[in-house]
Ligand binder design. Sequence first.
Ligand code: PLP
Length: 395
Amino acid sequence: MVKTIDSRHELDKFGQWKEEGRYPYLPTITKTNDNYVTTLENGKMLMFGSCDYLGLSQNAYIKNKSIEAIQNFGTNTYGAQIFCGHTTIHKELENKLAFLFDKPSAVIFPSGMAANIGVLSVLATSEDVIINDRFNHISIFMGAELSGAQLRSYPHNNLKKLESILQQSLDKQKRIIVVDGLFSADGDYAPLDEICKLAKMYNAMLVVDEAHSFGVVGPKGLGVAEHFNLIDEVDVIVGTMSKAVGSVGGFVVTNSEIVQKIRHYAPSYTSSRGSVPAVAAASLASLEYMEKEGRKLREKLWINTQYVIDQLHTHGFSTMNTCSPIIPILIGDDDKTVNVANWLMKQGLFTATMVSPAVPSNKGRLRIGITSTHSIEECKQVINLLQKARDIYEF
Ligand SMILES: Cc1ncc(COP(=O)(O)O)c(C=O)c1O
């Protein structure tokens, strides 16, 4: 199975940070308002660690639709949806997703993780090979493993290696390439144009996880496949409602045959509860809202993103290869990364602290998450605080 704990030391470091009062994880939130989060541990902080890229988790229209769903359907459905049904809201949400991507069918899951595990577990068999970018989300590896297919992976965005694996896999019944559209820790895109060419050349199926790009990238916010004008070429699109959509829940958009297979054979669909009506309603309302207001929100999001990236470069920071609202500030050493994150929290700035196993060892970083609701003044505060932190901690 996929391993996440490499050594005793890996576990100890989190315990040690806790003992020393330097644990930046799992803050207890007492209040969220505008761009601020208040936690028991650090009080009120400017939120720059979020994936709520369009600020929709606080949207009044969406909140009301969620409340209305509880009033109409209660707080849960009767049982696993394949046996006990889903609501008209769930059905409408699936239809809306299929319509947005102009694909025959869609199916929703309680999370993006469940969606990846579910779809990959049914796409392949032991006669096939699944080829992953090494930086793909962990749930893709989990689903691939569950399928029983041979698993191969290539170094991040290394297309030469991808091609050589495809060449070595010509004896397999199916070759399935899986990539994140937008990589969650580095903020860069998969070069889908080139990957699509390889998929065609070697008669491989292509699966793209648009978790962080849905709502954010592309003229209609459909993701990296839309950005490259390649939606028609992608066989399976996976996504989540837990980032830009401001709700929770995963989805798979593809042909009707794969969707039907998922409904009866994917364990994360058949043997787990679906989204509760309130959550499905928030997702549906959010998609409706995005259809009307998404373009405007994305414009603001990308202005903020470009501003922060440009300012960071002007002040000598490396932002790795990001081209998105996920902006990694590489610190390196885990311990130093945690110290910088703690210092920033004490100054009233929240960023996401990422060390191994979330990122490779010694590639610790702060993940800055830009949203359309940030003001340029707030973006300036981030740059100022990062400069001060760098002077103190020398990264
Ligand atoms: C690329 C990618 N896929 C899937 C997921 C899982 O999504 P969810 O949080 O909805 O389970 C994530 C979550 O961070 C992700 O980054």
